[in-house]
Write a protein that binds this ligand. Structure first.
Ligand SMILES: Cc1cc2nc3c(=O)[nH]c(=O)nc-3n(C[C@H](O)[C@H](O)[C@H](O)COP(=O)(O)OP(=O)(O)OC[C@H]3O[C@@H](n4cnc5c(N)ncnc54)[C@H](O)[C@@H]3O)c2cc1C
Length: 386
């Protein structure tokens, strides 16, 4: 793919991460999933090479870059067939929020480990009765002496089993209803009252999703990240990176599938020319390539705006990038499977399970419809139906 809009450093980073990804690739991920394991070797090696903490501040062991660099890492690992979903959560959301709003103690405690891969953090906002409507979340923190007691339920939270802690979005007792005034708490994995049960997902991915129950989880005062009165700003400092990284995840996966389909279409021959010479096969692949390129352009714009400190501008671009990447990914994977005919559905070629995986980029962390709602209301000024 052309990378003209990127600096030489970015292009070098792409090439280096692609080389790492190639050494692992889809076969590695497939074997990790088959063994019910985690992609620990890849995670550790990527961290050692400085890729996982590339967006985190240098003084805490990071690379001093931003979302432009971190999204390159995830896209290239994905394009090699070995995406690390927890990158969306651990360095991108949690690392960013702590770097921007954490106390010195929180930064010292978490950032070096998030950067070198020795610590991982999950992120929990979704609730069973709130879903896309985050203003409806009811996880509540009340003060008890100098501590906080956190109570509530979360659902679909990824990687809680392997994460050292989960950054939980709740609200304080004083702001229990109405428009969300979020508060972010670091909840250690083994905190008493913090229960988790794995959700049986139809996804072939090493990262598992969990339903969480928080039953009066006692947390020290310094479990709160940032200001309890800061409102939505602190949360969006983490959610915009999440959207940019989900775009990177989708673009990477789409590129991987497209690459497999193009290879196949060049060699598979059932008439006198390879099937790739038939426009009914070639054009949809060309379209998928164009749409992935376009999605990447918007992702780069979102990352640039975010890294330049324009949270508002980044919000619109990050939503658009996530939308475009989700759609491009779903289409690329679908066309790739079709291009392989029957082989598209075999385990040997390993593409069919991406049909389910690609849908994640359309649903999470914010669905296609909620982005269309956002653009209708925020960008176009159309009235709201809900
Ligand atoms: C693999 C995976 C990993 C995830 N990881 C995490 C995680 O780590 N942490 C976390 O907190 N969450 C996580 N999630 C949750 C994810 O963010 C939610 O699934 C997503 O926000 C949608 O919420 P919901 O599933 O409750 O759907 P709902 O909100 O119930 O929506 C269902 C459908 O209705 C549509 N809809 C809802 N409201 C409207 C409206 N106003 N207008 C039009 N259509 C509407 C939606 O677009 C969707 O198609 C994960 C989900 C998946 C699938």
């Amino acid at each position: 793919m052309s990378t003209d809009l990127e600096t030489e450093e970015h292009q070098a980073l792409r090439a280096a991460v692609a080389a790492l990804g190639k050494r692992y690739g889809r076969d590695y991920m497939t074997s990790v999933v088959r063994d019910g394991a985690h992609p620990r070797e890849l995670w550790t090696e990527a961290a050692k090479l400085g890729y996982l903490g590339v967006n985190l501040p240098e003084e805490y062991g990071g690379g001093g870059g931003g979302m432009a660099e971190l999204s390159i890492v995830l896209e290239e690992l994905g394009a090699a067939g070995s995406p690390l979903l927890m990158m969306v959560v651990s360095p991108a959301i949690c690392g960013t929020v702590i770097a921007r709003f954490g106390t010195d103690t929180q930064k010292r405690q978490w950032l070096p480990g998030l950067a070198d891969g020795s610590l991982t953090m999950a992120f929990g906002i979704t609730e069973p009765d709130a879903g896309s409507n985050s203003h409806r979340i009811t996880t509540t923190a009340r003060k008890d002496g100098g501590d906080w007691l956190l109570t509530g339920r979360k659902v679909f939270v990824s990687g809680v089993d392997i994460a050292d802690a989960t950054l939980i979005v709740g609200r304080t007792e004083d702001a229990r209803s109405g428009r969300l005034k979020p508060c972010l708490f670091i909840v250690p994995r083994d905190a008493p009252g913090f229960g988790r049960s794995q959700i049986d997902m139809e996804l072939q991915a090493p990262e598992k999703q969990f339903e969480l129950v928080l039953d009066d989880v006692r947390l020290p005062a310094d479990a709160l990240v940032g200001d309890e009165d800061a409102g939505l700003l602190q949360l969006f400092a983490g959610l915009n990176p999440e959207r940019i990284m989900t775009a990177a995840f989708g673009i990477g996966m789409g590129r991987y599938a497209l690459g497999r389909a193009v290879d196949y279409a060049k060699t598979r021959q059932v008439w006198k020319e390879p099937i790739g010479s038939h426009q009914a096969i070639a054009h949809p692949l060309a379209q998928a390539h164009i749409e992935l390129e376009l999605a990447r352009l918007m992702m780069q714009k979102a990352a640039r705006l975010y890294d330049d400190g324009d949270d508002i501008g980044a919000g619109e671009a990050a939503n658009m990038a996530k939308y475009a990447a989700g759609e491009a990914c779903v289409k690329a994977v679908d066309q790739a499977v079709h291009t392989l005919g029957g082989n598209g559905l075999t385990r040997e070629y390993g593409l069919a399970s991406l049909i389910t995986a690609a849908r994640v980029a359309r649903i999470a962390p914010v669905s296609r419809e909620m982005i269309l709602n956002y653009v209708s209301h925020q960008s176009l000024g159309l009235p709201k139906s809900y």
